[in-house]
Design a protein around this ligand. Structure first.
Ligand code: ZN
Length: 375
């Protein structure tokens, strides 16, 4: 991953290269931006540029030993941290059992989200985090001498998944840096970081891509036509990671089937349909349930936008459009506020570990009453 492989973000790329050439390299940095905007891609290109033996004004050289090692993600002075789960039977909770999968994951794409990582490691039902053991291990690794005499770089993905005790261990490393170390935190929700950590990081704000840039990137990465890429860029709000997911599932999200069946059952007060939905919902695991409810909220909003004729803002796949063309008349100004509030409450209940089937049933009854209100 070089700067020339990063989709859009040319101003930020240029600023990062300038900072390296002028020697203004902050020891602890935060790349803060939404999923699919290229935060990881930028961190990788920047790390490679820092290590490159013969960088040009525009990019790393691509041919030196360092560049070749980066290409295969085998540079000994590049470390990775990311959320994971504790394997059954292991005494210490460290990322070692996941590092090979992580490397494969990174070689597949730099445009990723937590959902892709959950799928990769088969952790659908597990909560991911970064443990204290892992923070200690990072301290140990960064305390070692650099292999090639240059910078020791750590790219730390989703630091917001650190627990407080882990964050405190990382704080020590940030406050008392070891020699020639660069830590790049790559975050989607920087406001969840401890203020004591946040205040010590040099932040690079990475904006979401423009639709035209995302279109170009999606077309290059997935190989679809420009028209299709433009459609996906629009549906995903220029999130390349989400567009890659669409390309894998044949452009329909599995959530749509569950959501459309559920809405039909709720409207008809079809007990058997609701029970089937509850079973399917329960089988998604906590992260999947939260994601599904967020999807429900997204669909409710799209109904309202559609009703008001704001079609340029509606972000839907073909299947979703076809479902909503029939469904959106049931969502209107007399029920939308209450509907959204109930779905948000259910999301909070799931996050607090309330029984998934109970949440689903309860919400279904409320939705039935609201969907029956005439506009
Ligand atoms: Zn090079």
């Amino acid at each position: 991953m070089q700067f020339s492989d990063v989709i859009g973000q040319t101003k930020i790329s240029s600023r990062l290269r300038d900072s390296v050439r002028s020697g203004r390299i902050a020891h602890a940095q935060l790349f803060d931006g939404p999923e699919g905007s290229g935060t990881i891609a930028l961190a990788r290109a920047y790390a490679r540029y820092l290590h490159c033996e013969n960088p040009s004004l525009e990019d790393s050289c691509g041919v030196c030993n360092s560049c070749l090692a980066h290409e295969k993600l085998q540079h000994p002075d590049l470390q990775w941290a990311f959320p994971f789960f504790k394997k059954d039977g292991s005494t210490r909770s460290v990322s070692d059992p996941f590092q090979i999968m992580w490397r494969e994951f990174m070689l597949e794409s730099s445009y990723i989200g937590i959902e892709d990582w959950l799928n990769k490691i088969g952790a659908d039902r597990k909560q991911l985090f970064i443990s204290v053991d892992e923070a200690l291990e990072i301290n140990r690794k960064l305390g070692l001498k650099s292999f090639h005499g240059g910078y020791k770089i750590l790219i730390f993905w989703l630091p917001e998944t650190m627990r407080v005790d882990t964050a405190n261990k990382m704080l020590k490393l940030i406050e008392e840096p070891t020699d020639k170390t660069v830590i790049i935190f790559v975050s989607e929700k920087a406001n969840r970081l401890l203020p004591t950590i946040l205040s010590r990081l040099q932040t690079v704000h990475i904006p979401k891509l423009k639709e035209i840039e995302a279109t170009n990137g999606i077309s290059i990465i997935t190989g679809v036509s420009t028209d299709k890429a433009a459609e996906w860029a629009h549906i995903t709000d220029a999130n390349i990671a989400a567009a890659i997911r669409l390309s894998r599932v044949g452009s329909e999200t599995p959530d749509l089937q569950l959501f459309s069946n559920w809405m039909r059952s709720c409207w008809a007060r079809d007990g058997e349909g609701i029970m089937n939905g509850a079973n399917e919902f329960a089988s998604l695991g906590r992260e999947g349930q939260k994601k599904f409810l967020s999807y429900g909220l997204h669909m409710i909003r799209q109904c309202i936008l559609g009703n008001y004729g704001v079609n340029s803002l509606v972000r839907l796949t073909e299947g979703e459009q076809s479902f909503l063309s029939k469904f959106q008349r049931f969502i209107h100004e007399k029920n939308v506020v209450a509907l959204s509030a109930f779905v948000e409450d259910a999301h909070k209940d799931i996050a607090s570990n309330v029984n998934a089937k109970v949440v689903f049933f309860d919400l279904s009854i409320k939705l039935h009453t609201l969907l029956r209100i005439e506009s």
